[in-house]
Write a protein that binds this ligand. Structure first.
Ligand code: FSO
Ligand code: SF4
Length: 545
């Protein structure tokens, strides 16, 4: 196996025997095979559309689900992955037949021509690994695109569950899949494809923002309880707001409470979700602490997206975890959506009724809900604080948290920030500093949490607004610096999106991605001033002054 897609990759270069995340070599091989099928489907879909022909509607759901499935910690279930491979082969055949009927010629690349014989799954999976691309810079640009597409697929899927679709985004995904499949794509074409991925990254985050706010209202300043109640509870994790809404509706009046975990915390900020009285709080912290926190939660847990940590064989909770959407783990029940998109959580609820209430591990409240609309509502106060010098700088500390010790850097950085600097956060990175009581500046909290990692979009919207208010020529002239923590591929699409908006001098850490080759890094440094992190004191001087 070879996988280097996340920040925790072995030795900072690539996992070759087993994933640090727990992914086995077999799972890695089946994911490579699934990705090859997706590239084939994207290629044929793009050829049809480029020739002005209709493609098949199933392409949208397949591409997004398959890419999402291969995100770090999303799906460890080989059977589920292989079912998706088989479904993909059927879809690819239908597309190829359609191309034949319409007289559209197709490239004879292996991803297109492979017939999908089950006996060849293993050899094909091995052949389609990342190292099939020999040139390190070509590989790097192709992977940057693919990893960005994975993040895009995840956000698209959540938006689509709430009824938002965009043929422009899907067409782009197919075009990009075509470009990375083409063995003759030039470096220039590939670099442009990476940049275009960032542009569509902005579009997909805007689409999800529209979907979330249209259905659930604009996030508003909210205090979230981090303690527990007396009723048994269900813990729901991940990013899919439609799932938590379904669960809240189905648990209403049952005597079961609902708690959010990790990236689901921002559900509390939405008016149409916080109205449910039995949405009692957020339990625990970022994804990587789940082994301890699921144990003491005592009730069932639902994963709506990635960030599964494989449980130890003796884990007390291993029989009370459910997955849905692209997430999966062998032996855990998977809740499928019905044809109308409806999900039936009755089994989860029945299990909850037999469980004890959660054990309290924390007590108190945290504050959040500062997505763009709430920040705009406070705009006068914010602008005044900047003009008077009460706020000297904003530092965007969005992204992911993780288990590496080196990430303590972010907690220390937050603590050492001068008192006139405000942290703008989103994503699970916030769990390093959202309980530190960093105080406020003239009533504006020093940690403003916009929401999930996709809500980094809010910080782009806010930056553009500030640019307008202050009459700045360039977004980079504002008193905003970016010190972003990354872990998996949603952070990749967020980063590419920021680059496409013209944001320069972004620092990413705790380490630079293994999938960025030396040559590509040079281009990113020259054109965007992208950089890593050093020590807290050094970076404080560089970024804050
Ligand atoms: Fe975190 Fe996990 Fe949102 Fe990621 S929970 S690490 S970037 O999946 O998606 O921030
Ligand atoms: Fe390794 Fe990360 Fe890939 Fe898992 S997702 S196999 S930890 S690089």
């Amino acid at each position: 196996m070879f996988c280097f897609q996340c920040q925790e990759t072995a030795k900072g270069t690539g996992c070759t025997i087993q994933g640090v995340c727990g992914k086995t070599a077999d799972t890695s091989m089946w994911q490579d095979l699934l990705l090859s099928v997706v590239r084939g489907i994207g290629t044929v879909d793009h050829c049809l559309k480029k020739a002005g022909k209709e493609s098949l509607p199933a392409v949208e759901g397949f591409i997004t689900d398959a890419l999402f499935t291969t995100i770090t910690n999303a799906n460890f279930d080989d059977d589920a992955i292989l079912r998706k491979v088989t479904d993909g082969i059927v879809l690819k055949k239908q597309l190829i037949d359609k191309a034949k009927e319409d007289g559209v010629s197709l490239p004879n690349w292996p991803e297109v021509t492979w017939g999908g014989d089950e006996n060849d799954y293993e050899s094909e999976g091995k052949r389609e690994g990342i190292l099939r691309i020999e040139n390190a810079d070509v590989r790097s640009l192709k992977e940057l695109t693919i990893l960005g597409l994975k993040g895009m697929a995840a956000y698209y899927e959540h938006a689509s569950h709430l009824g938002e679709h965009s043929s422009a985004i899907i067409d782009f995904m197919s075009e990009a899949l075509y470009t990375v499949t083409d063995p003759d794509s030039s470096m220039e074409t590939l670099l442009n494809c990476v940049l275009a991925t960032g542009k569509f990254g902005v579009d997909v985050m805007a689409l999800l923002d529209k979907a979330n706010t249209k259905v659930y209202g604009n996030p508003e300043l909210t205090k979230v309880n981090i303690g527990v109640g007396k009723n048994p509870g269900i813990l729901i994790s991940g990013h899919d707001l439609k799932d938590i809404e379904d669960l809240l509706k189905q648990t209403e009046g049952t005597g079961i409470d609902v708690y959010t975990h990790g990236e689901m915390l921002p559900a509390h900020y939405y008016p149409q979700l916080k109205k449910y009285k039995h949405l009692v709080g957020n339990y625990g912290n970022a994804w990587w602490k789940q082994k301890e926190e699921f144990d003491t939660f005592n009730g069932p847990i639902v994963f709506t997206t990635n960030c599964i940590v494989p449980p130890s064989p003796k884990a007390s909770y291993k029989d009370r975890v459910f997955t849905t959407n692209a997430a999966g783990y062998p032996g855990w029940k998977h809740v499928e959506a019905g044809p109308d998109g409806h999900k039936d959580f009755s089994e989860v609820i029945a299990m909850a009724k037999t469980c004890q209430a959660p054990t309290e591990i924390e007590h108190g409240e945290i504050i959040g809900g500062f997505a763009h609309a709430q920040v705009f509502a406070l705009a006068d106060k914010v602008v005044e604080a900047v003009k008077s010098g009460a706020i000297r700088k904003f530092v965007v500390m969005s992204g992911c948290d993780g288990r590496m010790k080196s990430r303590n850097y972010y907690e220390e950085f937050a603590m050492k920030l001068p008192k006139d600097v405000v942290i703008l956060t989103s994503g699970c990175a916030k769990f390093k500093y959202n309980k530190l009581s960093l105080g406020d500046i003239n009533g504006i909290p020093r940690v403003l949490d916009a929401g999930q990692c996709n809500d980094s979009y809010s910080w782009a919207v806010v930056a553009l607004k500030l640019k307008e208010i202050f009459g700045a020529n360039d977004i980079n002239d504002l008193p905003i610096v970016f010190n972003i923590a990354w872990y998996e591929q949603k952070a990749v699409i967020v980063l590419l999106a920021l680059l496409s908006l013209g944001v320069k001098n972004i620092h990413i850490g705790p380490t630079l991605p293994a999938f960025v080759s030396e040559g590509v890094l040079k281009v990113l440094i020259e054109n965007f001033g992208l950089g890593g992190i050093t020590t807290v004191d050094e970076d404080m001087k560089r970024m804050i002054g």
